[in-house]
Design a protein around this ligand. Sequence first.
Ligand code: CAA
Length: 283
Amino acid sequence: MEIKKVGVIGCGSMGAGITQLCAQSGYQVVVSEINDELLKRGMGFIDKVLSRSVEKGKLSQADKDAIMGRIKGTTSTGDFADCDLVIEAAIENLDLKKKIFAELDGICPPHAILATNTSCLSIIDMAMVTKRPDKVLGLHFFNPAPVMKLLEIVKTIATSDEVLETSQKFGESLGKTNVTAQDAPGFIVNRLWLPFLLHSIKLYEDGVASREDVDNAIQLGLGYPMGPLTLADMVGIDVVKFVSDALYEQLKDPRYIVPTLVDKMVAAGWLGRKTGKGFYDYK
Ligand code: CAA
């Protein structure tokens, strides 16, 4: 099956990044938000990122205009009626995602693939509210989606081989390297990354080293693009907590228990870059 038109549900940081990436790769994209204000913010973010590329001389103004011209913003899910693939990138709430999947199943054409960008929720639970569980799978992008080279493709026990193959080709068309995982807690990346991240936070919480030294040690000692505390601020401390709690709930493995500091930061609203304060100040 050929994918020509892609739908994206949600224009927050992941949804906006996925929308930009798909439009840059030549797809027609329709992206939805729950209200005009959030849609305007998400579209404005894409416009800003592309304008920066124009200023840096990495993209021509004509190419930027063509990319923006391929994106249609909407607040109506009815606009997904002619999509070949829809990628759901709403907030991490299983009941909400199930509601979205049931709605999409009624709107999208029978051949359409329905994908979720979830980091940690059970994908078969989303598939089973539709009449097409064989066409449901996970397409897990990494933040920032236009830049990070990986796409985690997550197959449930019901996903068909044909849908998997189409999704792999789609990932390649976006310039990503695909990895395939089963619908198991945390898939590959979060299953391996979170114990390391939570351990880094604990080291700082215990006063073993300053936040800067924890970050510098990993960034410079191991050649990571950014230190773990800086990365946690970028991902969002609430997201780190949600995904870790979900993995602990499913695996009962103490390596996924968040340090107390994470709970306190979430309670204080120190959620990282998006709130202007996390492990570091961004104001
Ligand atoms: N959206 C789109 N593009 C972005 C961007 C964003 N939010 N942020 C940066 N970029 C682009 C820049 O425009 C720039 O593009 P050009 O090279 O074309 O100019 C490029 O990325 C590099 O950006 P910068 O020069 O500003 O900064 P940098 O070189 O320090 O790179 C970074 C920034 C790409 C974020 C890099 O630090 C990095 O790779 N960090 C690690 C990110 C990471 O690990 N992400 C995974 C998080 S986990 C996750 O997402 C999964 C989950 O389930 C929780």
